[in-house]
Design a protein around this ligand. Structure first.
Ligand SMILES: NC(=O)c1ccc[n+]([C@@H]2O[C@H](COP(=O)([O-])OP(=O)(O)OC[C@H]3O[C@@H](n4cnc5c(N)ncnc54)[C@H](OP(=O)(O)O)[C@@H]3O)[C@@H](O)[C@H]2O)c1
Length: 323
């Protein structure tokens, strides 16, 4: 395993982060494709044995059950000090007032609920899952700072939003002496590269670690365009992110993979790992071979020609994934 610093911090993270959205009670929340606890446990064990130390979940995944499964599995297979545990806040946890968003009330309640479900007294990285236009940014930032000062989070991170919103958050935190975000968890992969316009430049300039979500475009980069899986058939959110024109990129990935006699997933992840500023992709694995491919991608170095071929079919997309 390779380890790198998360942005400008001193925090070491593995270059592969295991996304724990794949693990949760299928009867809870709206991801009916998730793996239940018994099926999920071997993924944590295998990841830890391979040197993965970085794990990402969210309060909202499978209605909190992803955090519960993640917390129990990590307690069983790892030492708390050796892992970097990340979770998120913003998603709606219940109907009605104050059931979601980034108000002070929600953040202070949700960090405690996440810690309870994770079975730990701190998370390493506490991330805002989205921007909340309904709450003054100062209120959110001060509440997050208080979470850090209370010892409940070591670092703060953010996820998909417009670059101007993230820039405003960074500069407001500096102006008030509040804890700054150190990472950006954004949607970035071979078929969605709009982050290259503004966000990646901002992150490089500000020393922000970049930890892309859905690095394999939720599986689309791993198989023929028209092939479906249980997950892809029920993936409503995924349908909003990609367009039919993206199939040419997927064909190019398959072409290079065939020439190298490796699975397409390894090619697509190797491309992402080669992008400047990318700290660690947050991968999704619903079979153990998916994890194996993610680990193997660390050993794949694409040539400049291969990278040019992979990038050539890209056409600009409307911004998506911010909701
Ligand atoms: N911040 C956010 O808003 C946000 C949004 C989404 C995700 N996330 C984070 O990012 C993590 C990863 O997201 P993701 O699951 O969408 O990532 P992904 O890596 O793009 O997609 C994972 C899916 O790709 C397929 N796959 C992966 N490796 C494969 C291989 N080697 N061969 C064939 N198929 C393969 C599987 O699809 P099938 O299961 O269909 O076979 C798997 O479920 C999540 O767990 C979560 O932590 C964050």
């Amino acid at each position: 395993m390779q380890y790198v610093k998360l942005g400008a911090t001193g925090l070491d993270v593995s270059r592969i982060c295991l996304g724990c959205m794949s693990y949760g009670d299928p009867a809870r929340g709206n991801h009916e494709w998730t793996l239940d606890e018994d099926t999920a446990r071997p993924f944590f064990r295998a990841a830890i044995e391979a040197g993965v130390t970085f794990f990402d979940t969210a309060n909202v995944y499978s209605d909190g059950s992803s955090e519960e499964i993640t917390g129990r599995a990590l307690a069983e297979f790892a030492q708390r000090d050796e892992i970097v545990l990340a979770t998120k806040v913003h998603g709606r946890m219940r109907p009605g007032p104050n059931g979601g968003g980034l108000s002070r009330k929600v953040i202070l309640a949700e960090i405690d609920a996440s810690l309870r479900r994770l079975g730990t007294d701190y998370v390493d990285l506490y991330q805002i899952h989205r921007f909340d236009p309904g709450t003054p940014l100062e209120e959110t930032l001060e509440a997050l700072h208080d979470v850090v000062k209370a010892g409940k989070a070591r670092y703060l991170g953010a996820s998909s939003m417009y670059a101007w919103q993230f820039a405003k958050a960074l500069f407001l935190a500096d102006a008030h002496g509040w804890t700054r975000f150190v990472s950006m968890q954004n949607h970035y992969n071979l078929i969605y590269r709009e982050e290259e316009r503004e966000m990646l430049g901002l992150c490089a300039d500000q020393g922000i670690g970049v930890i892309p979500w859905s690095p394999l475009a939720r599986g689309r980069l791993t198989r023929p365009w028209d092939e479906t899986t249980a997950r892809s058939e029920s993936d409503q959110f995924g349908r909003t992110l990609y367009a039919d024109g993206d199939r040419r990129i997927v064909e190019e990935v398959a072409h290079i993979a065939a020439a190298r006699a490796i699975p397409p997933a390894q090619v697509a992840l190797a491309w992402l790992l080669a992008q400047p500023g990318v700290t660690a992709p947050i991968i999704g694995a619903t079979r153990l071979t998916h994890l194996d491919d993610a680990l193997a991608s660390l050993e794949v170095t694409l040539t400049a020609d291969e990278i040019a071929q992979l990038e050539a079919p890209y056409t600009p997309h409307r911004t998506a994934g911010f909701q």
